[in-house]
Design a protein around this ligand. Structure first.
Ligand SMILES: NC(=O)c1ccc[n+]([C@@H]2O[C@H](COP(=O)([O-])OP(=O)(O)OC[C@H]3O[C@@H](n4cnc5c(N)ncnc54)[C@H](O)[C@@H]3O)[C@@H](O)[C@H]2O)c1
Ligand SMILES: [Zn+2]
Length: 367
């Protein structure tokens, strides 16, 4: 474990302090944080989805509004289907109608969809306006709100249009996780298990020993877990902000996982596909002799014990390999496959063949 303490973690970009991640039990501290960024008396646009608006918008506005001169709310229908340029266009229109200036700010209140599209609008409106991430899903807290990747889907292509753009603050109220659906919560756990597998064997073991408290969403367990996962992601993105190298390790489970996601959309969630992809990548790692067969089986059991799938159905190995061949993260026509040298130690491997991938895909199609 990294032993992160306290309720704040600082993230640097290009060696300079870029923003803080703050963890709290409610929204009470958000006004102080926003005022500390010099946003007092400015305008804010809170961008949120229809589900989160119904559950958490009032309490967020109650805490945050006193800081600003005015607050407008832009709400869009929940779901990946909204993460596109049409929604961004409607948001630009609102910002122009309400005369938003560069010193004002956007606030993303929601999951990865709200965060990604708000970040992209913030990166491009007036060539860059400040934005705050208030992630409310587990996936957004430990993954999408950190690291500055923003963007939207374009036609059938996921995250095809985007920008690297850093928020000014990431504020997490961990209590909002209590309203997240069981399925979305478990899906977020896939990225957390991934963090342990690629970087920290001690954390991976800790997740297993605290499994019940984690599944019960016990506050103390959530705090330790989310802090640790944020620290792992922070360390990686600070060293490699634009994915020139090491950051690709975060794609463990994503090469075949994205392929399954594309083929099964919308019936499987992102984290569920990543879980299936991690099982396949772990199998390749075991077949290469990096992991023992017992370690591979233990990874599969861990994923299952968090309610995550490791098998897919209704598709073929060939379709999976074909879909993975169109992955935008390929490098000169070769997969940048992430394998585990051992638990807690991932490597980028450019030598995984179609046959190896197809054999692993066959394994995740077994019923
Ligand atoms: N930028 C990045 O680095 C990065 C990394 C990983 C994923 N992503 C993107 O993130 C998106 C997936 O994120 P997601 O899983 O958060 O999706 P999401 O934003 O669609 O949220 C999932 C569901 O949970 C609901 N929800 C969110 N918070 C809630 C709460 N507290 N209580 C009840 N319901 C709540 C949402 O309304 C939605 O229905 C994808 O578009 C993916 O591409 C981006
Ligand atoms: Zn992911």
């Amino acid at each position: 474990m990294n032993e992160v303490n306290g309720n704040r973690l600082s993230v640097a970009c290009g060696g300079l302090h870029a923003y803080d991640i703050v963890w709290e039990k409610d929204f009470h501290a958000v006004s102080g944080e926003l005022a500390g960024l010099g946003l007092e008396g400015r305008k804010a646009c809170v961008v949120t989805d229809s589900n989160v608006a119904a559950l958490h918008l009032d309490s967020f506005l109650h805490a945050a509004s006193p800081v600003f001169k005015s607050v407008t709310v832009f709400s869009f229908p929940a779901g990946e289907e909204s993460k596109n340029l049409d929604t961004v266009r409607a948001l630009y229109t609102r910002l122009i109608e309400e005369s938003f200036e560069r010193g004002d700010c956007l606030i993303a209140l929601g999951g990865g969809v709200a965060g990604d599209l708000t970040g992209y609008a913030a990166a491009t409106y007036l060539r860059g306006i400040r934005f705050i991430q208030v992630p409310t899903s587990l996936l957004a807290m430990v993954d999408s709100s950190i690291g500055g990747k923003t963007g939207v889907d374009f036609e059938q292509y996921k995250n095809m249009v985007g920008a690297f753009y850093q928020p000014s603050l990431v504020y997490m109220n961990l209590s909002v996780l209590l309203t997240l659906s069981e399925r979305d919560y478990r899906s977020g756990m896939a990225e957390i298990i991934k963090h342990g597998l690629i970087r920290n064997a001690g954390y991976y073991s800790w997740l297993m020993t605290r499994r019940q408290e984690i599944l019960d969403r016990d506050y103390e367990a959530l705090l330790v877990m989310i802090r640790e996962s944020c620290a792992i992601k922070r360390d990686i993105v600070e060293r490699d902000p634009k994915e020139a190298g090491e950051r690709a390790l975060l794609n463990f489970g994503h090469t075949l996982g994205h392929a399954v996601e594309k083929l099964k959309f919308p019936s499987l969630l992102h984290g569920e596909c990543v879980s299936i992809g991690m099982a396949a990548a772990s199998l390749i790692s075991a077949r290469r002799g990096y992991l023992s067969h017992e370690e591979y089986e233990k990874i599969v059991r861990t994923l299952q014990s968090f309610g995550l799938p490791v098998l897919a159905s209704g598709i073929t190995a060939q379709e999976i390999v074909e879909a993975a061949g169109h992955d935008k993260k390929m490098d000169a026509g070769r997969w940048k496959f992430i394998l585990l040298k051992q638990i807690g130690d991932a490597v980028i491997d450019r030598t995984v063949t179609r046959e190896e991938a197809a054999d692993a895909a066959l394994e995740i199609l077994k019923s």
